[in-house]
Design a binder for this molecule. Structure first.
Ligand SMILES: C[S@@+](CC[C@H](N)C(=O)[O-])C[C@H]1O[C@@H](n2cnc3c(N)ncnc32)[C@H](O)[C@@H]1O
Length: 260
């Protein structure tokens, strides 16, 4: 006889394609209790039914699950576009390259950028990594990842930039990691720094209202250097970029546009 939680996991997989079995049981159950309370349902069975029937509950569930989810070179194809088509034009000799990973979670996005720049031979750069969540920033500063977290890092980069620790985890090279400045910032409330060549803001605004998204992207446009680029997530697009001071250059890439 399967327990209620594993039946729930199968149902959720059927309805959403999300495999909850890949998430830590205890932690997920604790979070689900809070989530169920918020949705005013009393059992896993009721929750699965609500998610299946109610689009808002389904959206909330997606948000609930993906909140801190990140990866190295997340959406590899788009990182390849960044490497091959965007960065070569963006990296200019003579001035330090400045990049910002906004909503950086545990730092994988910022360290992916770092490895990409290093591999292109760029040495004069600074990367900022910001997030609302101080606990996740502490993880980012430590730069220690488990085996599963590094599975997307190509073997040659893993060998070059990480050290395998005695406990089986991987530490990102501290002398390189120092080039990333991690600090707390609320994109909806705090000031933005300026003068960035590249802003990477991916899978963060999906939780925001349309007005809040526009507010964030318009502020980011002003934080870019005149030819700077904003790189957004694989499921995100900006509906009216011009009004926010941006022009699309390629899918998921926008350039600062001062013509308005
Ligand atoms: C799903 S993760 C995305 C991580 C990374 N950008 C990626 O695409 O892999 C979203 C991150 O945005 C952060 N976040 C959510 N609201 C935020 C806000 N108002 N200001 C700054 N960061 C925020 C969360 O703490 C979380 O770490």
């Amino acid at each position: 006889m399967r327990d209620e939680y594993s039946v729930f996991c199968s149902e959720i997989y059927r309805i959403t394609g999300i495999n909850l079995a890949l998430y830590k049981d205890q932690q997920m159950k604790r979070r689900l209790n809070t989530f169920m309370h918020k949705l005013r349902v009393e059992s896993y069975d009721q929750l699965a039914k609500k998610i299946e029937k109610d689009q808002t509950a389904l959206k909330m569930f997606h948000e609930f699950v993906t909140i801190n989810v990140t990866d190295f070179f997340r959406d590899n194809e788009q990182f390849e576009t960044l490497r091959k088509r965007i960065l070569p034009q963006l990296v200019k000799s003579g001035s330090p390259f400045r990049a910002w990973s906004a909503g950086c979670s545990d730092g994988r996005e910022a360290y992916s950028l770092l490895m990409m720049l290093e591999e292109m031979g760029v040495t004069d750069y600074q990367i900022h990594g910001t997030d609302l969540d101080e606990r996740i920033l502490e993880k980012a500063r430590q730069g220690i990842y488990n085996e599963e977290a590094v599975h997307k890092v190509p073997a040659h980069l893993l060998a070059k930039y990480f050290t395998k620790l005695p406990d089986g985890n991987y530490q990102f090279a501290p002398e390189k990691a120092r080039k990333v400045q991690f600090y707390k910032q609320d994109l909806l409330a705090d000031e933005y720094r300026k003068g960035f060549d590249l802003i990477v803001c991916r899978n963060v605004v999906i939780y925001f209202t349309e007005e809040a998204k526009d507010f964030v992207f318009a502020k980011m446009a002003k934080s870019l250097k005149p030819d700077g680029i904003l790189f957004v997530g694989g499921t995100e697009s900006i509906l009216a970029p011009k009004a926010l001071g941006l022009t699309p250059v390629l899918p998921f890439f926008y350039k600062r546009d001062d013509s308005m």
